[in-house]
Design a protein around this ligand. Structure first.
Ligand SMILES: [Fe+2]
Ligand SMILES: [Fe+2]
Length: 187
């Protein structure tokens, strides 16, 4: 079901799962990304997108890190479909494009590769590798390309072991409050 309650329930039930290969939990990664977006003064929609960019990992029954098994779980598309129905493209599109943003940044700024975690490097190959020129041009033309690149930078910096809210319930309360403040905006 596409509603905020379903998302909160997913994080309550599965958020403590390890973000395998990264050394932290799914909810800690999500929370850190949301904190960095807020600290940077991002819009409420982009803060919510940052919080929920990896929601797609919780929407599958794949265990562990799918990339280790050579599987691209298409998590960005799974999450974006759900988020678009609830809040519209301002939340959904940066999420849909956060993998494309990695492929773009690796192509446009090769030194960016050094910032990527081993799991992100592994998944990059499964996700198509660096963009070619025409893919870069198409990506740059997207209305949400800049949002997606910002989200990507916060995503890459959201893998700190030991940085989290006082507890998971506190983090979920923050997420609920943010969800309440974001209104549906059509394209
Ligand atoms: Fe992701
Ligand atoms: Fe992520």
């Amino acid at each position: 079901m596409n509603n905020p309650h379903t998302i909160l329930e997913l994080f309550a039930r599965k958020g403590s799962l390890a973000y395998e290969g990264e050394g932290i939990s799914q909810i800690a990664h999500a929370w850190q990304c949301g904190q960095l977006a807020r600290a940077a003064g991002a819009s409420q929609s982009l803060q919510l997108a940052s919080w929920l960019h990896d929601l797609g990992h919780l929407l599958t029954d794949l265990s562990g890190s799918p990339t280790v098994q050579g599987i691209d779980d298409q998590h960005e598309h799974r999450a974006a479909r759900m988020l678009d129905a609830i809040w519209g493209p301002a939340v959904a599109e940066p999420v849909r494009l956060h993998v494309a943003a990695k492929r773009y940044l690796v192509a446009a700024h090769p030194e960016y590769c050094e910032r990527l975690s081993p799991d992100s490097v592994r998944s990059l190959a499964l996700q198509g590798g660096p963009m070619n020129l025409s893919e870069c041009v198409r990506f740059q033309a997207s209305r949400y390309a800049l949002d997606a690149q910002q989200l990507r930078a916060w995503d890459d910096s959201s893998k700190h072991v030991g940085w989290f809210a006082s507890d998971a319930q506190h983090a979920l309360d923050e997420l609920r409050g943010l969800m309440d403040r974001v209104r549906y905006l059509p394209a």
